[in-house]
Design a protein around this ligand. Structure first.
Ligand code: RNT
Ligand code: ZN
Length: 413
């Protein structure tokens, strides 16, 4: 069956083997925070804040580092290809000690680095500028209080050094993504003051030059959050300007724009001026930015742009969603696989023909080819990919998840 399908694609000018090789070589960075509802493992951890909210109480949430690793092991078995782990600073191995954010060190993350090494995967990292007393006012790096700013600057600087050490030990640069929740519920009187302070703080955070072979800095914007409806200091314009000026990577989160605004259209523009792109593949629904990724039109559009712009070598693909109303392993696996399926579909487009038709002004052919492509038997190619990678196909996925739920998740109470 597969070989017939492959021949059919070949007759349309599409190289299936090439697509599968690219797919296998494109890691997705798994966000650790889907496993425990963005809780983390700090000793005496406080409430989730910074406008982040997780709803649902499906049983089986990881309560410890060991449980989270156990879950990640399971998720990796459900995913074809080789992936990465995207860790937040609050997920350190703190061994029951109270380690404040301005005191984190590589030693607190060494067991994660070892874990990643044993799996042969890379890591990415994030300072955690939320769920903390010193973020209680809603401001961190842009706070009018110099003491608060300095605290978070120290945290972010340490996060970069830890990430560089991860990258060095694992032989693959860690992308360190700075996202801060800073913003205002109601109309500010001095937007510019906040933005100037954020810019100055970031300059200090990034002042130490790190080897790009070990660490890549990224900054993430947001349109609004719960409690920051009127202004987010780190808006799209702010960070696009900052990333261009300072040549950092820019993070685009699919859920951080107006509901009809697509990040797909931004990729070709942004990559003209910034060296690297980080994606938080996510799904916005009305005011929420973090639903489980689906094989839907926005996700396909993102992957199409990455392929059509030949942007994969300069893009890190991460995920960002958290759903506690369903089995968390299922959320991870289904969301990641949806992103991979969207990428596969994009890799199976007849690019040359589409471009030729477009350049000739033959938009009829362009439209017809795109529609025809949707009806091609791509799912056979996906099943072949899963089989070659020794991972469950679509029809086996749920049974695997249910069996892990019965054997492991349901034992956690
Ligand atoms: C929040 C940002 C950010 C966080 C994670 C936990 O709106 O999207 O990326 O979701 O860092
Ligand atoms: Zn995000």
């Amino acid at each position: 069956m597969f070989s017939q399908v492959k021949d059919h694609y070949a007759s349309l000018g599409i190289d299936v083997e090439q697509a599968l090789t690219t797919l296998a070589n494109t890691p997705i960075s798994l966000h650790c925070w889907q496993g425990d509802d963005v809780g983390g493992f700090e000793t005496g951890a406080g409430e989730l804040s910074g406008g982040l909210a997780v709803t649902g109480n499906h049983p089986g949430k990881a309560r410890s580092l060991d449980e989270l690793r156990q879950d990640l092991d399971q998720v990796l078995k459900l995913l074809p290809g080789t992936h990465r782990l995207n860790l937040h600073a609050i997920y350190g191995d703190f061994q029951g000690q109270k380690v404040d954010r301005d005191a984190i060190e590589t030693s607190h993350f060494q067991s994660w680095i070892d874990w990643a090494k044993s799996h042969g995967i890379g890591m990415d990292f994030n300072p955690s500028c939320f769920s903390h007393d010193k973020a209680g006012s809603g401001f961190t790096l842009s706070s009018p209080d110099a003491g608060i700013r300095d605290f978070w600057i120290e945290h972010c600087q340490r996060a970069r050094s830890i990430a560089a050490e991860m990258g060095k030990q694992l032989g693959s640069p860690a992308v360190t993504n700075v996202w801060v929740p800073d913003g205002m519920k109601d109309n500010p009187a001095d937007r510019q003051g906040y933005r100037q302070r954020l810019s100055d703080s970031l300059d200090t955070v990034f002042s130490e030059k790190l080897d790009l072979a070990h660490n890549i800095d990224a900054v993430e914007c947001k349109l609004f959050g719960i409690g920051s409806e009127s202004m987010v200091v780190g808006s799209h314009e702010f960070y696009m300007g900052y990333a261009m000026k300072n040549q950092t990577a820019l993070c685009l989160d699919a859920g951080h724009f107006h509901p009809t605004e697509s990040i797909a259209d931004k990729i070709s523009s942004v990559l003209m001026y910034v060296p690297h792109l980080l994606l938080h593949v996510s799904r916005g629904v009305r005011w929420d930015s973090d639903h489980v990724v689906l094989l839907d039109d926005p996700t396909q559009a993102i992957m199409q742009e990455l392929v059509r712009c030949d942007a994969l070598p300069r893009t890190s693909i991460g995920l960002d969603f958290f759903d506690a109303s369903i089995n968390r392993i299922a959320a991870w696996a289904i969301g990641t696989r949806a992103a991979q399926k969207a990428l596969l579909l994009a890799l199976l487009e007849p690019q040359d023909k589409l471009r030729a038709a477009e350049l000739e002004g033959d938009y009829t052919t362009r439209l017809a080819l795109l529609e025809q492509n949707k009806a091609l038997p791509w799912s056979i190619v996906w099943e072949e990919f899963c089989q070659r990678q020794d991972t469950p196909g679509e029809s086996q996925l749920l049974a695997e998840i249910k069996s892990y739920e019965a054997s492991t998740l349901s034992q956690r109470s």
